[in-house]
Write a protein that binds this ligand. Sequence first.
Ligand code: ADP
Length: 484
Amino acid sequence: MSRRRLSLRARLLTLQLVVFGSFLLLASPVTYFIMSRTLEDDRDEYLTSMARHVSKEYLAKDENVPPSPSLPARCLCDPVPPSSTDPEAMHWPRHLLLCDESGEVLCSDGETAALAPQAVQQALQTNLPAFADVRWPAEFLRIIAWPFQDPNGRVLVMEVGCSYRVIEGALRKGFILMAVIDAAALLFLITGSYLLTRNAFVPIDQIVRRVEQIDEDRLEERLPMESRDDEAGRLVAVINRMLERLERAFEAQSRFSSDVAHEIRSPLTALRGMMEVTLRKERSTEEYRNVMQENLEEVLRLARLAEDLMSLAKADAGVLQIRRVRVKLREALQAVLARFKLKADEKNIELRLHAPEEVAVIGDPDLLGRLVENLVDNALIHSPQMGAVLVQLQRNEDHVTISVDDHGTGIPPQHLSKIFDRFYRVDPARSREMGGSGLGLAIAQQIARQHGGSIRVQSTVGKGSVFLVTIPVARPPEPRMETG
Ligand code: ADP
């Protein structure tokens, strides 16, 4: 069973809430903990300074402290009575008691024994202050046992206690404050995240709605908002560029289909016409032979067209299998030129090859031969009687250039960028007359590309054209390392 995914908007909102919510929920206990530790440290510091102060006061007294524990601690500062609720008084010691090494109480606020005997014992043993928590009588006290010596060298311990209430009060207030802040922050976060996420997706929703309305009949439409300087603007720009490419591809597709139909219809009409006229009356064998000969030419033209279309379609679909063998180009060019010798001689054209060195490429010999054939054929067609066509082979570092140079009609500049398009002809009537399908250069370009190369043209009307094909050269085999 497939699980339904949450929308991007819902996921973003949830993510924001989880991340920031967890941060808030984690930050509050940590803050509370740090606050309580700080308050406790402050209280212990306060207790310590209080114990030191009271002990000093005791030592500063002239008369000896009466040994009776029942005496009120008049020798010391007055402790705050436990019943007091005065907030100021909360900061004063709740309990004061002085005892000697044997544990005998020298003076106190009424207690007859130390409230934290273990802390007193520890202070006596280590001669360092010791702390303890004691329940007394209706509240908790923090006790410090402060060891010190009187002028006679007696070791005494001053026990000072203060209430927990100050800390408890501060912590309670802090807790309430934090809970209120957390709740407000959470509310703010939920509303803020919701509004932010909703607003962020408004342009996306608009784009989706507009794109949904664009079908193949409305490919000329473009989305607004392209001028926005944000992600939505960039998305719209990308979609608009894609629509432009789609529109061009659709146009090319429909133009190509009508071109194909047109190219097939012309020879078929010619064939039909010739047959109908021939069949109207009885003909001599000679006449039939002539008609058959003409028909054969049209059929061959159709077959060539079908073959060209097939190879272009296969290459487009990426299913054209091309061989990858080492092709010696000078040899291949010599063979092509030999095939065109007769055609060149018919127009008294000097067809020459200039190839100072042999260069090898990796590729399909038949396809490479076809590429050069298309160029040489065009050069001969567009050259005048007694003209000259020069085919050159030149190696430049890692690539090789084959150029086919003629001194023919040349190509007007406005056509130069289009002559590699399928069925594009500078002079359609003349091209058809010469038997051209308008696919020769498109096929040549495709073959060059299949071999990792390219083709370009330079031409001047009335002076001639040069077609330049560039293909990477085959790397020589790596020299083998001799071992042993
Ligand atoms: P075609 O079958 O018509 O020759 P191509 O694709 O081979 O088709 O060529 C496309 C057009 O480019 C031709 O119709 C022609 O007008 C022009 N062209 C190609 N080669 C030459 C050339 N060497 N000189 C002048 N024009 C040329």
